[in-house]
Design a protein around this ligand. Sequence first.
Ligand code: MLT
Length: 404
Amino acid sequence: MFKINDNYLKLPGSYLFSTIAKKVSEFQAANPDKSVIRLGIGDVTQPLAPVIIDALHGAVDEMGKAETFHGYAPDLGYEFLRTAIAKNDYADRGCEITADEIFVSDGAKCDSGNIQEIFSVDNKIAVCDPVYPVYVDTNVMAGRTGTYDPKTEMWSDVIYMPCTADNNFAPELPKETPDLIYLCFPNNPTGATITKAQLQEWVDYANRVGAVIIYDAAYEAYISEPDVPHTIFECEGARTCAIELKSFSKNAGFTGTRLGYTVIPRDLKCGTVTLHSLWARRHGTKYNGAPYIQQRAGEAVYSPEGKVQLAKQVAYYMNNAKVIKEGLQEAGYTVSGGVNAPYIWLKTPEKMTSWEFFDYLLANANVVGTPGSGFGPSGEGYFRLTAFGTYENTVAALERIRKM
Ligand code: MLT
């Protein structure tokens, strides 16, 4: 008789954004006359930039001719894209990352969930609390997190690093030594960032204790302040302790078309084994590459026109962030984030729990957000709104919230 991977049964509830989607459809079915504004999941709303559409059209035409047709992509991704990434995202920032240290994929969500596979199940993970749920859930699936305590909403074998108003939503070095440290800056969900000096402390710490930092930089394009690092490889010593995850979803609107990449420097080793070789083995065995047309679209992101068009798109969303932040502040809410990230983190009013506020906001303003407690116990009493809606919906949502 077959047996299942019963680690899956340990997972409490369903994936956060699936739970929210279900609640919203139930509300919409019961209230068909209400127009619901969705500022919950961080999904973009602006169309792909013209330069990307042109690149996609060009690549589709190539696929229609025998002489320019492309089948399976190379294991690590096409050279033209990896070279563009290495130059623009690393060399131009003074960081030493070569094209062959970049693995192109269909997005950072899959990579952030799959990367744990190349580590022993005995490794102990440290996560920020609150945190993007994929990091913890995929380690649960792998059997790395011990037992779940429904009272504290914590796993016995996970090191939680609370990110609260007291520490400006920036984690402190943990007391217990982890093997794998997940960091995401600019942060999802709090929208907080850390300075380069703060990130350097993490890199020094990881090198000192022999830990690996899995650094999720999906929101890097939203950085507006000068002292915030765009990549962990700006820090000295990161090549021996860090893996970086990047996405084209948020900077270029690829949530529906999918593209991302992971950087594993060849200097990152366990004894004599490079993590690069393990991920290359995994990639080769389990993955057949992001589509050619997508990789051409990714290349267009780094073209001069691409940079101009996408900077406008980022500015559009950051204007929404300003509308949300200022609107909430005027309405008397305590808010943070929204300066270097497209997420606004607010304190729920009148000591409501995060889910109480979710229901209250949906019922009274017909606006959907994300309950902070869905990201971890320290998110209780907080709520996340995304700036990825349209400008019109964002303004309308804030008007409704002010009237509540
Ligand atoms: C979020 O809302 O946290 C993100 O959209 C999730 C993701 O990028 O997968």
